[in-house]
Design a protein around this ligand. Structure first.
Ligand code: GLN
Length: 315
């Protein structure tokens, strides 16, 4: 087993879970009521190792929308489909140092990276662009299901509808990008945005999210089903960008303190990957000023305090 003393590892995870549970800081995101009204007490930790050992604690059967945690997954799928050269004709590699939805492009007039809204909208445009909207949605659903090994994956229509309703900024971003000729020829703006909102409105549980993270930890092969969902190269690229850009404006500090690829979303979820070892999905709705789950971030730092998972711990 990749984690030999699994029982005692789980006991430690439990301890960290309960320590973070006491943290009452942060506030649920306010931009749409469906997310603002989530119970701030929800707190779930689930993990899946690359050899299929599982452990979960807390509200792990509760479903929540994946939000920005879809960004690395969609990027990985798009990378496997198009190859990195084509992807990065359109999207940059650098942290933006700005808010995730800020109206700005890099000095080459591209979105800074695929982990912020502009880059994720562009990534959505690069997924099976010749298919109809319905076929595209089916395709991505199928890919996400494979990432999760057919564990829970849903679609939250009320979140989707309010995303669409409260999307002035995302529309502004898309028009700004169209003005700057960011999109591949033939991109349908409205359809691309709706696809992006659909991706944010996919529902997972901490348990199914952990399997997705474990698939990334395992180089794209789902550890439970053996399904080669993504290419190694696509996963390598994705983990690299999660490492540098996955935690909003905390990404630099997170890389410094935790040293692991991760991605957070406004619903309070975090996908955390320990390459070749284990994938975690953490979920708790209250967010800090950077937009990251308060309990989730605390969990990550406690985890690397206890275990030598930081990328540079093995020096
Ligand atoms: N749906 C949100 C948006 O596009 C997702 C952002 C996020 O999770 N950071 O604004």
């Amino acid at each position: 087993f990749v984690i030999p003393e699994f029982r005692s590892f789980c006991d430690d995870i439990d301890k960290i879970y309960h320590q973070c549970k006491n943290n009452q800081n942060g506030q649920t995101t306010q931009y749409i009521p469906q997310l603002a009204n989530k119970n701030p007490k929800f707190w779930a930790v689930s993990m899946c190792t690359v050899d299929g050992q599982r452990y979960s604690v807390g509200d792990v059967k509760e479903s929540f929308t994946i939000q920005s945690c879809s960004k690395p997954l969609t990027y990985a799928i798009a990378c496997a489909e198009n190859g990195p050269e084509k992807m990065h004709q359109y999207i940059g590699f650098e942290p933006s140092g700005r808010f995730f939805n800020e109206l700005c492009l890099d000095y080459k007039n591209k979105p800074h990276n695929p982990m912020i809204n502009s880059g994720a909208i562009l990534t959505a445009a690069l997924i099976k662009p010749t298919l109809s909207a319905a076929d595209r949605f089916d395709y991505i659903l199928e890919m996400y299901k494979r990432l999760a090994g057919s564990e829970y994956l849903g679609f939250n229509n009320s979140v989707f509808l309010s995303e669409k309703e409260c999307a002035d900024r995302n529309f502004a971003l898309a028009y700004f990008m169209r003005e700057n000729k960011c999109f591949p020829p033939g991109t349908k703006l409205q359809e691309t945005l709706e696809f992006y909102f659909q991706l944010c409105s996919l529902e997972i549980t901490a348990e199914s999210g952990a399997v997705m993270a474990a698939t990334l930890a395992n180089g794209g092969i789902n550890p439970l089903t053996g399904d080669p969902v993504l290419t190694c190269e696509a996963v390598r690229n994705t983990l690299t960008l999660m490492h540098s850009c996955g935690m909003y404006n905390y990404s630099g500090q997170f890389a410094f303190k935790v040293g692991l690829p991760a991605k957070s979303g406004v619903s309070g979820c975090i996908l955390l990957v320990v390459p070749n070892t284990v994938g975690f999905c953490l979920w708790s709705p209250p967010l800090d000023a950077n937009g990251n789950s308060v309990r989730g971030v605390e969990f990550c730092s406690e985890l690397v305090n206890l275990f030598k998972f930081h990328h540079f711990d093995n020096l």
